[in-house]
Every structure is written in C-alpha cells, then in structure tokens.
Design a protein around this ligand. Structure first.
Ligand code: ARG
Length: 464
C-alpha cells in the first residue's frame, strides 16, 4: 500500500485505504487545530530533550525547531493547509514538518505517542485559558467592588422567597455576588494547580525505552512536575471535567445574578437601568428595551452544564488506558472555555455601569413591613420574650394591612396599643436607615460594614 492511499503515519500494516466517510468521521482536525501552539511548543520541548539525552542529533533538533516555528508562522498567517485525511492537529503538523525538512521530521516522534502528546497539549491549552478567565473574573470582581462602594448606603428591600424580608444595602447585595465569584476563582486556581502536571514521557501508555529526561521537558513547558503514572497520565481527563464543573458553577452564579437583573430591570421592580449598549429593542414593539445580556448569560448556563455532563459521561465507561472516546473531550471543553470567558467579559463590561434607582428601591423597601423584625428586636431589648414580641408585631402588621399603612407610618401612641413598652425611640428603629445601620457586625448589611468588606476584598485581590 502506498502512503498516498493510507495515512502515512500508521498505514504500514493496512491493506486498504480508509473509507471516505470513516476518514471524516474519525478526523478531529477541524476542532483540535486550536491546539497548534501548544502542540508545537510540546514538540520543540520534546526534540530539545531528545537532543540533550543524545537520542537526536543537534542538527536534527535544530531542523525540527526551525521547521516547527515556520509551520507556526504559516498557521498564523492562515496559509497552512489542514487536511482531514491527516486526522488531527498532531499528524497535520508532523506530516508538514517531514515534507519540509525530510528525515529529521520523521525522528520527532521517537519516544512519544499521540496519547501523551494530546494529553500534554490540552493541559497547556487549559492552563492558559484558566489564566485568562481568571483575569476577566478579576475584572468583574473589581467592578462589583466599585459598585458596592458607590452604593454602600443605598437601601433596597432584601428578599426571602422573593417576598420583601428586611431592608439591606445595595452594596451588601453586590458583595454577595463578589463572594460567590471569589470562591469560583478559588476553584479555578485549585483546578489549575492539579492540572499542571506533565504527561509527556508516558508515551502510548507504558513509558518508553529511550533514556528520556522528563525533568527537561517539564521545565521547558512550565509544568510543576512530571506525572507519576503513565497509564493515568494518558487516559484520565479529570482535569477537564474539574474545569467544566468550575465553569458550571460560575455560570450558575452568573445565571442567578442575571435572573435578578432581568427582574430588577422590569417595569414592575424598576430597581436598575442597564445601559442601552447592553440591551436590544423589539422589531415590533417600539417601546421595548430588553435585558438581552443577562438573559443570554442565563441561557448559556444550559450548554455549560451540558458540557460537564458530556465529559462525565464520556469518561465513565473507559477502561485504562487511552481510548479514542477521549477525542470527544475537546469540543465540550473548548465550548466551556469560550462560553465562560464571553459571559464573564460581558458582565465585567456591564456591571460597573449599572444605574441604580435609589428612590424606587427605597419605596419598595417601605412596602411589605420590612422593619417588622426590627420592631420585634426592639421589644426584646425592652425585656419582652422574643416569641411574645413576634406575636405583638404580627398584630401590629395585621393592623397595618387593615388600614393600608407601614409600621413607620403609625404614630407612637398607635403602636403603643400593642405593647406598653413602645416609646418615641421606636421611630428610629422602624426607619430604613436605622434598620440597616443596626446590623453593624462582621458580615452584616450596615453601610460601614459594607465599606469594610470592600476594603478587605480589595486587599485580598491585591487591588490596594
Ligand atoms: N486526536 C486524538 C485525540 O484527540 C489524538 C490521540 C490519538 N491517539 C490514538 N492512539 N489514536 O485523542
């Protein structure tokens, strides 16, 4: 069989050329060409190590490095001719190298397999992706901090069960999102630390007979250490799954945040205004301004969650070591990277420009008896047992509902009907500013606590 009819890198033992459809079906080059930079970096490191180990001549190494760099330039210029017949990114590059430099190109794959090669490439790619996602995430966090600082004193109704519960400050609410994203950043950093282990040198599954020095490739590629078990290193994709899980968590947080922004931007809530440049209109209803960015982010959570399930399912039935199933790891992984990065970017751009409607939120907090707990706490401070206080305030609320007024709209004498301990000092307690200012402890909603929380967070992020 001539090499024109079979894939030249493995065609030796075959009697017929690959079926045309199977060739397409088997190929991954359409999506794994994304790994070209990492693949070339890995090959350069491998060739350099082989030369140091005396397996490759310095001349061959030189030719390989120059050849790979020329190919990289070609790819970046858009003049590289990717071929499905050559299956994947690895063989496309290797075939071109050999075509360009001759026998030295054929020596590159000594002591290596596509199995350790691809496992190395993906780790290098994901490492970079995590770094850039962390950067965008940090930008969003910084935006939340400025918004929280700006609106540290702004009062809004806090909700439980989406019913008005107690007044909170808008800054405190923003800091809740900050905290969630901060844990997300921690998850990404944990994932990065675990994935930064080098599979190269594991070869197909058992290691290689050549006197390789994995310390050299490890150093050249910036890995923390070489992997300890070749079977594990070429086969498991737990690092990709872990990343997708962290991505799903980020999206879940952004989705909840989105849900709030969609509600808040509605005429019914009217708490915020999203800048026009992050919204769209309707082709039929001239009055419409739709919060598309939050809606899209909420919607994209579905595909990221789906990618996580796809990878878990891809992995679950695989015996050791490498199986071709793993070729299916890339699209869900790349899609998760792209989606998470894009959603974080949209949020990082938008969040600092959210316009807060202070008066609307204050009015909303004045409805729904948001300071009822403050009145109960007031009674407790005057020695009324809490359960009795709860009952007393319940009756006062019922009176308010019957007469269409908030607690703060009743006179002291009227309130004193429900308990003789109620005196003039109750009015401060029932005010919105009094209510939030009273929750003045670590983690509480008081404006000065929010400012403190922003300061601590800035320190944590190294923003001061
Ligand atoms: N394209 C393959 C992948 O993504 C590369 C590894 C192929 N290895 C093999 N033994 N066929 O997994």
């Amino acid at each position: 069989m001539s090499t024109e009819q079979t894939n030249q890198s493995w065609g030796g033992r075959f009697n017929e050329a690959m079926d045309g459809f199977v060739e397409q079906f088997n190929a991954s080059v359409d999506f794994d060409r994304r790994l070209y930079r990492q693949d070339i970096a890995g090959s350069i490191a491998h060739a350099t190590m082989l030369a140091e180990a005396g397996v490759l001549s310095p001349e061959d190494r030189q030719a390989i490095v120059a050849g790979l760099e020329a190919i990289r330039a070609d790819i970046e210029r858009g003049t590289f001719d990717w071929k499905a017949a050559l299956e994947d990114v690895h063989m496309n590059i290797e075939a071109r190298l050999t075509a360009n430099i001759g026998d030295a190109g054929k020596r590159l794959h000594t002591g290596r397999s596509r199995n350790d090669q691809v496992a190395t490439d993906i780790r290098l790619y994901l490492r970079e992706a995590i770094d850039s996602i962390l950067e965008t995430l940090g930008r969003l966090q910084a935006g939340l901090l400025s918004l929280a600082e700006r609106e540290a004193e702004t009062i809004m109704p806090g909700f439980t069960h989406l019913q008005v519960a107690q007044p909170v400050t808008f800054g405190h609410h923003m800091m809740a999102w900050f905290e969630m994203l901060d844990r997300d950043a921690g998850r990404l950093r944990d994932c990065r630390a675990r994935l930064n282990v080098m599979p190269l040198g594991s070869a197909a599954l058992a290691g290689t007979t050549f006197p390789i020095d994995r310390g050299i490739t490890c150093r050249l590629l910036g890995f923390d250490r070489p992997s300890d078990n070749s079977l594990d290193a070429v086969s498991d994709r737990d690092f990709a799954i872990e990343f997708c899980a962290a991505g799903a968590m980020i999206m879940t947080h952004l989705s909840r945040f989105s849900e709030e922004l969609v509600l808040w931007a509605s005429a019914q809530f009217n708490f915020v205004n999203l800048p026009d440049r992050f919204c769209t209109g309707s082709s039929i209803m001239p009055q419409k301004k739709n919060p598309d960015i939050p809606e899209l982010v909420r919607g994209k959570t579905g595909r990221v969650n789906g990618n996580l399930v796809a990878l878990l399912t891809l992995m679950k039935g695989q015996p050791l070591a490498y199986n071709k199933d793993n070729q299916e790891d890339k699209e869900p992984l790349f899609d998760t990277i792209d989606t998470v990065q894009a959603c974080l970017r949209a949020y990082a751009d938008m969040v600092p420009h959210i316009e807060v409607k202070e008066e609307q939120m204050r009015q909303a907090a004045l409805q729904g008896y948001a300071t009822a707990t403050d009145l109960a706490d007031y009674l407790v401070r005057k020695q009324v047992p809490f359960r009795d206080a709860h009952e007393i305030v319940g009756k006062a609320v019922k009176h308010g509902l019957d007469t269409g007024r908030d607690l703060s709209e009743m006179s002291v004498a009227e309130l004193a009907e429900f308990s003789p301990v109620i005196e003039a000092d109750v009015m401060h307690v029932l005010s919105l500013t009094g209510s939030v200012a009273a929750r003045d402890h670590l983690g509480g909603t008081a404006p000065n606590q929010v400012k403190e929380a922003v300061r601590r967070a800035r320190n944590r992020l190294g923003l001061t």
